[in-house]
Design a protein around this ligand. Structure first.
Ligand SMILES: [Zn+2]
Length: 170
């Protein structure tokens, strides 16, 4: 980033924060040459210009918030923080931008998100995959579901994974 004071292109970022749900990053920079500080605002242009091609062939603009909401639903009552969800989305977007310039099939987004979520929480992954993934590999999903059910969980909660607990007779 070129220094607005001395014109040198040599600076360090001293502070960085995002706003508008990650669309804008505000960076406080310090010029290495003259030591003066300046602020830059960078928009995530890549995220804004990405188009999702849905299974029926229709095209919609990519919305990061939609991916986050889908993940939040899958992670409901799971030990996954908002920060971890954001990291899953960030990692998935990196995959997307590495592989596609402008148009990305919705199935690729689903696969990318699912694979990163899988490393984090198997149960959330199964939930996510059952809703968002086109079952190209149903056997794998069944294996994951089995593994998730076999995971040691405290007490009665295990039954509540796929069916709501029956009301107690009083
Ligand atoms: Zn400078």
């Amino acid at each position: 980033m070129q220094c607005p004071f001395c014109g040198q292109d040599n600076d360090k970022v001293v502070d960085s924060r995002s706003s508008e749900g990650g669309k804008t990053v505000r960076r406080r920079r310090q010029c290495i040459a003259c030591h003066r500080r300046f602020t830059t605002y960078e928009r995530a242009e890549e995220a804004l210009r990405l188009t999702v091609i849905k299974k029926d062939g229709s095209r919609v603009p990519y919305e990061r918030q939609k991916v986050i909401s889908g993940l939040q639903k899958a992670c409901y009552k799971r030990p996954v923080s908002d920060e971890q969800i954001r990291q899953v989305v960030d990692a998935s977007e990196e995959d997307i931008f590495r592989n596609f310039d402008r148009d990305v099939p919705s199935s690729f987004i689903g696969d990318a998100v699912a694979s990163h979520l899988r490393e984090l929480d198997k149960i959330a992954y199964v939930r996510f995959a059952s809703v968002y993934q086109n079952f190209t590999n149903l056997g794998e999903l069944i294996d994951e579901a089995k593994q998730a059910q076999e995971m040691p969980l405290p007490g009665k909660k295990q039954k509540a994974l796929f069916e709501p607990p029956k009301p107690e007779d009083t």
